[in-house]
Design a protein around this ligand. Structure first.
Ligand SMILES: [Zn+2]
Length: 321
């Protein structure tokens, strides 16, 4: 992918292009943002542009051709299948930094998920950042900029990736998946502008199943079987607790909209009839209380040591009308 083909992140992409045009791309850059934002895609597009030796219309240059094939000798990506990036990998990269570029006047290094570097690895990398050879440019992606040592941060240019607008999300996702408009509504609302979240919801049937489970329990809170099924699903799938909290919040918000006479603006528009029916059970005050309780639960799940207890409380909260 080229920088021109990147969807969204307009300010950031213009800045990157400008830095290349001015011949001042910096010696180290960090792209930060939550997982699923496309940090690697953007970093690779930037790397390719940095190494480009001048493509002609319809004819990619030698550097770009080999970059696409994955054989460009002036591009080096630190790759590991381990959960952390150890000092050995950084040393191996530094050995390569010592060699001059093969094609043009730049070499680009990329460390994906740089927050996984051990402290020792980061300190080792620092040596290169302090005195980089003229030709070397080091790109990193990180879930958050603050996860890197301050000594690393002070020597890098930071580019924060922002959530995508609904229009951009659809531009990214629609060529990949064919879904009903109702489903797109739901997916956009739940993926919070992060394409990776949307892909997760689309590809993992479990999220949609969980949503059905939650709505079944909301409809029949006294049904012990439904409650047990949801409890079991959440016990087995810890990562989806946040999804269920989001689904519930969207439900109570939709009930509130219904009570305010704005039932045309529901997040769960495919469940409109059910929501209109269920909203009558609650007062506005009660709905606000529910939403506050759920936000509190979200925080306690982030820190909670006892997942099972949290799940039990959450299911009881759904059952309580
Ligand atoms: Zn090129």
């Amino acid at each position: 992918m080229t920088l021109d083909q990147i969807i969204g992140q307009n300010t950031l992409v213009s800045q990157l292009k400008m830095n290349i045009a001015l011949g001042k791309p910096g010696h180290a850059c960090v792209f930060s943002g939550p997982s699923g934002m496309g940090k690697r895609t953007l970093a690779l597009a930037f790397a390719r542009a940095l190494l480009c030796m001048g493509c002609k219309p319809g004819a990619a240059c030698l550097s770009c051709r080999t970059f696409i094939e994955g054989t460009n000798p002036d591009f080096y990506e630190v790759i590991t299948d381990k959960p952390s990036i150890g000092v050995d990998l950084i040393r191996a990269m530094q050995d390569d930094v010592a060699n001059r570029p093969a094609y043009g006047n730049r070499k680009v290094y990329f460390i994906d998920n740089a927050q996984q570097m051990t402290t020792q690895a980061q300190n080792c990398l620092l040596k290169t950042l302090e005195e980089p050879p003229e030709y070397a440019i080091i790109l990193m992606s990180a879930s958050s900029f603050d996860s890197l040592l301050s000594t690393i941060r002070s020597r890098t240019i930071h580019f924060r990736m922002n959530p995508y607008s609904d229009t951009e999300m659809l531009q990214i996702l629609k060529p990949l998946y064919t879904l009903d408009d109702n489903e797109w509504d739901f997916i956009l609302k739940f993926s919070r502008g992060i394409p990776g979240n949307a892909i997760h919801i689309i590809e993992e049937g479990s999220v949609r199943e969980l949503r059905q489970l939650v709505f079944r329990l909301l409809e029949k809170p006294e049904d012990i079987h439904n409650a047990e099924e949801l409890r079991k699903a959440l016990s087995e799938n810890k990562a989806e607790v946040t999804t269920v909290l989001d689904i519930l919040l969207s439900f109570y918000r939709d009930c509130m909209m219904t009570l305010e006479g704005m039932e045309n603006r529901l997040i769960n528009s495919d469940k409109k009839d059910m929501i209109i029916k269920l909203a009558k059970r609650f007062s506005k005050r009660k709905l606000l209380d529910k939403m506050n309780i759920l936000e509190g639960m979200r925080r306690s799940f982030e820190y909670n040591v006892n997942h099972q207890l949290g799940v039990d409380v959450l299911v009881m909260e759904i059952q309580e009308v």
